[in-house]
Design a protein around this ligand. Structure first.
Ligand SMILES: Cc1ncc(COP(=O)(O)O)c(C=O)c1O
Length: 367
């Protein structure tokens, strides 16, 4: 917990306080057995995730980033290929494409911060091998439209569902629409490990088997390496923590949705734009992002009043120094760039008290 703030953005101290009694025996069990790499907890987690997301196969990995890397690799993305994605994500979505030697082709976003599906088709070329929609903030992209385009051009879809475990569109789970779906279980995510972690989801047995193998040095068995692979396995200890926390994920999502409702009912400053949920959506509010023309002043004002906020993300990917050689420039993606100056993530975590959300809302109304 950041001592500077009476209402911190996240609250790991409280999480530990609530979970300590349950987690200590879980740690003890893993240490006593001495199974750290691979192990029973991994198998349990992979099965539980399938049940949670209504999918056929899952692979527990060391990060959401590696889930995307292995996923793209298994979709056959090679140097010179193009992958369509958005410039307003966490840097990892683009980095994984670049690392495979492929080119990220950016498409601007809609009002809801997700990919503008109407602009995808014009970006498709002979080199386009995949579309990677990012379900930002815990809200699923228009997967009906995206899948129609992908089917029309026979392009694979890999979902960056890092922020969207449990989110739904038309009652279908994020991560289960495309050929591959990737979750992150980073400490800041709704289902969080105590370190890095990620999960790859697929309905394709071949992809599942190869993802398992690639994540474990490409070992087919103890002594045979079929393909040069990665070391991307999730730790058994992290899987044990996630197995415990997955039991509460529905409750966590319920609490975050309730917090969102409290904001909807209490913020009435007309200069502030709130997120919204369409009827066919089920949003899990990994982040609760408002928009203000005076974002920096508002952030400062809330900070002075003890409320910690965050910005996801203040500098779009195409304007990052690392992206220079991709050849994009300022004003290439107007909506993304405009949003990056207005967006502000309010605290939404499941440990917040009702009076804290009302207090934040009042401050925003007074601003
Ligand atoms: C949209 C998005 N994509 C990818 C990632 C990468 O996940 P990880 O941090 O688990 O590698 C994250 C999370 O940080 C993310 O938010």
């Amino acid at each position: 917990m950041n001592q500077k703030y009476s209402i911190p953005y996240v609250n790991f101290g409280l999480q530990w306080k609530f979970e300590k009694k349950n987690l200590l025996p879980i740690f003890e069990k893993v240490f006593r057995k001495g199974q750290f790499v691979g192990g029973a907890e991994i198998d349990i987690l992979e099965k539980k995730i399938l049940k949670f997301t209504n999918s056929n196969y899952s692979v527990a990995l060391n990060s959401g980033t590696d889930a995307l890397t292995i996923g793209l690799h298994l979709l056959g993305i090679r140097p010179g290929d193009e992958v369509i994605t958005v410039p307003n994500s966490f840097i990892a979505s683009t980095a994984v494409i670049v690392h495979l030697g492929a080119k990220p082709i950016f498409v601007d976003v809609l009002d809801d911060q997700n990919i503008n599906y109407k602009m995808i088709e014009e970006k498709i070329t002979k080199k386009t091998k995949a579309i990677m929609p990012v379900h930002l903030t815990g809200r699923v992209c228009r997967m009906d439209k995206i899948l129609n385009i992908a089917n029309k051009y026979k392009i694979k879809v890999i979902e960056d569902a890092a922020q969207a475990i449990g989110s739904k569109f038309n009652k279908k789970f994020a991560g289960s629409f495309g050929k591959i779906g990737c979750f992150s279980t980073h400490p800041l995510k709704n289902l969080n490990a105590s370190g890095d972690g990620g999960i790859l989801l697929t309905n394709d047995k071949r992809i599942y088997k190869n993802a398992k193998m690639l994540s474990n040095h490409g070992l087919e068995n103890r002594d045979t390496v079929k393909k040069f692979g990665y070391v991307s396995r999730m730790d058994n200890l992290q899987a044990a923590i996630l197995n415990f926390r997955l039991n509460n994920l529905k409750e966590i999502i319920k609490k975050r949705r309730k917090n969102a409702d409290l904001y909807f009912n209490n913020i009435n400053n007309h200069k502030i734009k709130l997120p919204y949920e369409n009827i066919n959506e089920f949003n899990t509010y990994h982040t609760f992002v408002i928009q203000s023309e005076e974002r920096d002043k508002l952030k400062n004002y809330l900070s002075k009043n003890g409320v910690e906020t965050a910005i996801h993300y203040p500098k779009p990917i195409h304007l990052q120094p690392a992206a220079k050689k991709l050849g994009y420039k300022k004003n290439d993606f107007n909506i993304t760039e405009a949003q990056s100056k207005k967006i502000l993530s309010l605290p939404i975590n499941q440990f917040l008290k009702k009076y804290e959300i009302i207090q934040i809302s009042k401050l925003i109304n007074r601003f």
